[in-house]
Design a protein around this ligand. Structure first.
Ligand code: MRU
Length: 348
């Protein structure tokens, strides 16, 4: 089962909040379902959010009856609501803008045909994401040599994309090519995407992996147990600053201190050239109760202690060794090289 499937005009997805205990597939029946699935992290990971939102826009407007104008008004409302679900991953905004643009530029005469154009665009975004994962894997695996011990954070695998992933796709490719690797997986508090999702994926694919608590990374690096760090991203600025799951910045600082290469793996759809500096990336702040509990179930702090819960942080380009994209590997000077690579990218 893929992280997301579109079949018989219906949208299905794996509810990631239930992993690794149960593999539950849910159907997204409309806007409220889709919005809730994104907000609750049932569907998550920057590239998958884009694909899911695109299909959700179709599902939420396909029943719309009325004139062309009514349809565009309804699509506009759907897009606006989905955009308000989570602020950081730019892929969500990129995909929804593509869907809206496709509808507006449609030469179709009837509303039924415009809806079909919207669906075609969602399917195209889905297909392209799979191809982008393959391309990143091919470029990135060259950075890994047999014997490498790799640290990763959060989940940047097949659950987070429509393909094999970003950072994990690179790892899967190296493993497929029989390179002997070992992956250390940060558990990724507070919502444990590393422990619940990345460990689950790596075990399924039989990649040697060891789970660690987030606060163990520093001593592992000091002991010489980490050769490289590979992580994904939710938004990368024109200057190469990268937002990713909270804790990523700390790893980058540690990696620099211990002289360990730090790689970001992200498709060109994760770049936001309208933003120059990392501090301008909108960072999602989530419910403090996620910090006071383990997965909303076990209380791990007094109920009245104030807690702070930013979901992402930003790693400045100066701490990044290279960014692996579907168009090749980008190194410093990032601003200049990102411009070069993105400008020759045409996904539409
Ligand atoms: O809050 P999440 O689980 O959606 O955060 C996801 C991440 O931070 C991933 O590392 C990022 O989206 C890259 S996924 C290929």
């Amino acid at each position: 089962m893929d992280s997301l499937t579109f079949k018989n005009d219906k949208l299905f997805y794996i509810d990631q909040t239930q992993l690794p205990r149960r593999e539950v597939v849910k159907e997204c029946r409309g806007l409220d379902d889709g919005f809730r699935a994104i907000r609750r992290l049932e569907v998550r990971g920057a590239p998958l959010l884009g694909v899911f939102a695109a299909y959700c826009a179709y599902i939420s407007t396909k029943g719309c009856r009325g004139t062309r104008r009514d349809f565009f008004r309804s699509l506009g409302r759907v897009v606006l609501r989905l955009k308000s679900s989570r602020p950081t991953a730019v892929n969500l905004f990129w995909a929804l803008e593509r869907i809206e643009m496709r509808a507006q530029l449609s030469r179709a005469r009837t509303v039924t045909q415009i809806k079909q154009d919207v669906l075609k665009e969602a399917k195209k975004i889905h297909r392209q994401d799979r191809d982008l994962c393959r391309a990143m894997a091919r470029y990135g695996e060259k950075l890994i040599k047999s014997g490498d011990q790799i640290l990763t954070h959060c989940n940047a695998g097949f659950l987070a994309t429509a393909g094999d992933g970003t950072a994990l796709a690179v790892i899967y490719e190296a493993h497929r090519r029989k390179k002997k690797i070992k992956v250390y997986v940060d558990e990724t508090r507070p919502l444990l995407q590393g422990a619940r999702l990345t460990s689950w994926e790596l075990t399924k694919r039989k990649v040697p992996a060891v789970l660690i608590c987030d606060n163990m990374a520093a001593s592992l690096m000091k002991e010489g147990k980490i050769d490289k760090v590979f992580v994904g991203a939710d938004r990368i600025t024109a200057g190469g600053d990268a937002a990713n799951k909270i804790g990523t910045y700390g790893l980058a600082v540690l990696a620099r201190f211990h002289k360990i290469p730090f790689y970001i793996v992200a498709p060109t759809t994760t770049f936001d050239l309208a933003i120059a500096r990392g501090r301008d990336i909108p960072i999602e702040e989530r419910d403090p109760s996620e910090v006071r509990t383990f997965l909303h179930k076990v209380q791990s702090a007094p109920g009245n202690i104030p807690a702070y819960n930013p979901a992402f942080d930003v790693t400045g380009h100066e701490l990044i060794t290279a960014i692996v994209t579907d168009r090749g590997i980008i190194r410093a000077p990032f601003a200049k090289n990102i411009r070069k690579v993105i400008q020759r990218t045409s996904l539409t």
